[in-house]
Design a protein around this ligand. Structure first.
Ligand code: ZN
Ligand code: ZN
Length: 412
């Protein structure tokens, strides 16, 4: 374990800049049992900050795997009602939701993929209402990560487990700016930088983006009234929060019927306890019509078959190749980290707030405005030092947005 002072700084940062916990507010912490010492520290600080109460949902990789191995199919296909009600209750209470993730990227390796997809689908369906609270920024929520042995060894396979964990902590502290004198102040500055970049993109009002890289030739239409976002965002009550720590992206949504061409992945995607690697997707009028993966073909197929909307895109995010996470040169096998080292797209649901007035639209209005709907939302990495992006403006003229993986327009 790292020094207590560093862990304390990380816990404080997650509560202040992540969920931005308010006095007298309820906090819900989702944590793996392995991360208990850190979770307890978070809870202690939360009470010091004036939390009304803290509820913890523990998870355990070992038990999760046993469940996937042994539970009856009908159990996998159903989420108990009490669990759905519990999360709805937290949302209605206006609780802040902090997820402390610690995932083994190979946790479910070897489990029949139809069993995994059945349970993913059930969870996606059951959590529809709760997801409205998070994806519309109705409540404050945040995801941070802490190491575990399997994950750390996946990133640093040459070293001992203890050393690998230590190295991963070091990376996490560096990337989340916890190693800086005043991490909260560092995040305020960082949020301001991302906010400036999104303002510049919003001013340009691009109609279309054209992506070109080895294995990628993709045209993405942007819906009218699309909004670029980046850094912290305000909740319904006006509380600024960072949904992901780290975050290096500016993002908006594509038009769900306006994506054409082929895109190739540039980093492995850890999805539902399995890896999908070196894959490509071909789109026609927004829908994936062809796909292949060197590794994890079946997992990719299950993801695409989750529902109608899983074959369409719900997010486009721009991350410069020179971002600090990318500069670490590491592959994290964890989307929270890898997506912030690389331009990415997401299959599945779009954030309704990415389009003007979207948070108040019903499903039909969202569809008419090109906003994709799905029970899933999965980011995948497709950026590299070879990616070029052109923007087509309203008058039909084209300009370079990205060259060789970095900004070609001035976003400062
Ligand atoms: Zn993203
Ligand atoms: Zn996303």
């Amino acid at each position: 374990m790292p020094e207590q002072t560093m862990l304390k700084k990380y816990a404080e940062l997650a509560l202040k800049c992540g969920v931005n916990l308010q006095e007298n507010q309820m906090l819900v912490v989702n944590s793996s049992i392995e991360g208990a010492p850190f979770a307890r520290m978070v809870v202690k600080i939360a009470y010091e900050m004036g939390a009304k109460t803290v509820h913890i949902n523990w998870s355990d990789d070992t038990l999760d795997r046993l469940w996937y191995e042994n539970a009856a199919q009908e159990v996998l296909e159903n989420v108990p009602e009490w669990r759905v009600k519990m999360f709805d209750h937290f949302a209605e209470e206006g609780a802040a939701i902090l997820s402390i993730r610690s995932t083994n990227p190979d946790l479910l390796k070897g489990i029949e993929s139809s069993r995994i997809s059945a349970s993913n689908k059930a969870a996606g369906d059951a959590m529809k209402n709760f997801r409205k609270y998070t994806m519309n920024d109705k409540i404050t929520w945040s995801i941070v990560a802490i190491p575990n042995g399997e994950w750390a060894k996946k990133i640093f396979p040459e070293t001992s487990e203890a050393k690998a964990i230590e190295q991963l902590w070091e990376q996490i502290f560096k990337i989340t700016r916890v190693d800086q004198e005043d991490p909260v102040e560092a995040w305020n500055k960082h949020n301001a930088t991302l906010s400036k970049a999104k303002d510049v993109l919003n001013d340009h009002k691009y109609k279309k983006l054209i992506y070109k890289a080895p294995g990628t030739d993709l045209t993405i239409e942007l819906p009218e009234g699309h909004i670029w976002k980046g850094g912290s965002s305000p909740s319904e009550k006006g509380i600024e929060f960072n949904a992901n720590m780290p975050t290096e992206e500016v993002f908006t949504l594509p038009h769900k019927y306006g994506v054409n061409g082929t895109v190739s992945s540039t980093k492995p995607l850890s999805y539902g306890g399995n890896l999908i690697n070196n894959f490509s997707l071909t789109f026609k009028e927004g829908k994936v019509v062809d796909f292949s993966a060197e590794e994890g073909q079946e997992t990719l197929e299950n993801l695409l078959n989750m529902d109608e909307g899983a074959r369409r895109l719900g997010e486009i995010a721009i991350v410069p190749h020179e971002s600090p996470i990318s500069q670490s040169g590491l592959i994290f096998f964890n989307t929270l980290y890898d997506e912030n080292a690389s331009c990415h797209l997401a299959l599945g649901k779009a954030y309704p707030s990415s389009v003007k007035g979207g948070a108040a639209m019903d499903d039909d209005a969202l569809d008419a405005n090109g906003v994709n709907n799905s029970i899933t939302h999965v980011d995948f990495m497709m950026g590299s030092g070879e990616l070029d992006i052109d923007g087509v403006k309203e008058d039909g003229s084209t300009e370079a947005i990205f060259r060789n993986g970095n900004w070609a327009i001035n976003v400062k």
